[in-house]
Design a binder for this molecule. Structure first.
Ligand code: NIG
Ligand code: FE
Length: 413
């Protein structure tokens, strides 16, 4: 039994509840000045305004006492979309990009994702494990306490299983709470070049059932994009995944509008990701079905693309989450604080809406809304003490790590 008191919180700010927040609710946060949080065995027992509701912890007799020194405290950030595990890097693509080669041109020529596939197939388990573990440490230092991680750089049974086993072991060993997504339909592998239908059939018959049997992923994701997998192929693959009991995600309308967001609504996906090129039909389908929009502004920044129409989404009541998309190609950054800055400047979200987008909404989209994403009695004592007095400061300053301390289940990291 261990207890923690986080005292002297200048402002505690948090969304409330365990379900995705859309529309007006996206911008509703609870704000308590001069707060304190008391946790027992990693779970929040009481949140109080010092002096007004004297609880047991006013005596300051907790095993660990953490002084927030008058700063802002929020829930630990939840990273809803990463391609965390990969071999090698792709810095050699930048000169090609600067000369005008597009993301999909590089992929078509056998580079891009396929380059990382070659390096991930070659890499051993330990190498991938150590590298990804380092990324998780970095994320936690920057305030992230839960994250999603995808496979999808194997594109064969053996390597996809290897990647998901790395994620599984990291989830066991590291303090980070993780959700695993199988993304076998990330690209068409060289063995099936020109035959995406056959590849989809192969993963449906030979890979998805194995991932299920080994219990290696909760989610299944597909890259529904021009020259990768079309709407019909994505539908077949996701339908099979649904039949097997997986929850669904779609990389939709990232570069071109190809029906992915419409399909997300139709098939009942938990979230659709990217959505840079989403049109009115996709927006309506997502709003109707309550699909969360996982928007990835660092990828827009890095690819030099437009930014997803987030204000429109909020207007239509679609819950918006924002995440990094950390991967070696379109976004070699795991900095969720930069995502906060871009949410403010490019998506024109309000600070309260942004906090919802990096806490409870992604928590729900990765199946952890009951455990984390808000600061409330009964949830995990996952929080960040910021080098800031309010969310406005966090949205405004960029480039520095403003997380003074990350607290994971009541323990100072
Ligand atoms: O979400 N678009 C597909 N997948 C990743 C990029 C993967 C890569 O380029 O390695 C994304 O942007
Ligand atoms: Fe992605």
């Amino acid at each position: 039994m261990s207890t923690t008191l986080i005292k002297n919180i200048g402002l505690l700010q948090t969304p409330i509840g365990s379900r995705p927040h859309g529309g007006k609710e996206q911008g509703e946060n609870l704000k308590i000045k001069n707060a304190a949080v008391f946790a027992r065995d990693g779970i929040i027992e009481e949140i109080t305004e010092k002096g007004r509701l004297p609880g047991a912890f006013e005596k300051e007799d907790a095993d660990e006492i953490i002084d927030a020194e008058g700063n802002l405290v929020t829930p630990g950030l939840v990273e809803g979309h990463t391609h965390l595990v990969f071999g090698g890097y792709r810095q050699h693509e930048i000169p090609l990009k600067l000369k005008g080669a597009g993301y999909l041109d590089i992929l078509k020529a056998g580079g891009g994702i396929l380059d990382t596939v070659r390096k991930t197939r070659e890499a051993g388990f330990d190498e991938l494990y150590e590298k990804s573990r380092g990324f998780l440490d970095e994320m936690m230092e920057m305030g992230v306490t839960a994250c999603e991680a995808k496979s999808g750089y194997g594109l064969d049974l053996e390597t996809e299983v290897k990647m998901l086993e790395v994620i599984k072991k990291l989830n066991e060993d590291h303090r980070m709470d993780m959700a695993a997504t199988f993304m076998g339909a990330h690209a068409v592998p060289p063995e099936y070049k020109g035959n995406p239908d056959q590849y989809i059939e192969m993963i449906c018959e030979k890979v998805l059932p194995v991932i299920k049997e080994k219990n290696l992923a909760e989610f299944v994701d597909v890259f529904c994009e021009e020259g990768v997998f079309d709407e019909e192929q994505s539908r077949r693959y996701l339908s099979k995944a649904k039949e097997l009991g997986f929850s669904l995600k779609i990389h939709a309308d990232e570069i071109e509008e190809r029906g992915g967001s419409r399909l997300a609504g139709e098939i009942g996906a938990v979230s659709a990701e990217h959505l840079i090129a989403i049109g009115p039909k996709g927006l309506r389908a997502m709003a109707k079905a309550g699909v969360t929009a996982m928007c990835l502004p660092s990828t827009s920044f890095y690819l030099g693309k437009d930014f997803a129409p987030v204000r429109k989404m909020i207007e239509m009541g679609i819950p918006v989450a924002t995440a990094s998309d950390f991967n070696p190609g379109s976004c070699p950054s795991l900095n969720l604080q930069f995502v906060i800055n871009l949410g403010y400047l490019k998506y024109k979200m309000m600070p309260e809406e942004i906090l919802t987008a990096v806490t409870i909404n992604p928590a729900c989209a990765i199946g952890k809304g009951d455990l984390c994403g808000t600061l409330e009695k009964g949830k995990k004592a996952d929080m960040v003490i910021w080098n800031a007095k309010d969310m406005e400061m966090l949205c405004y300053r960029f480039g520095s790590n403003l997380a003074l301390a990350t607290i994971k289940e009541g323990v100072l990291i």
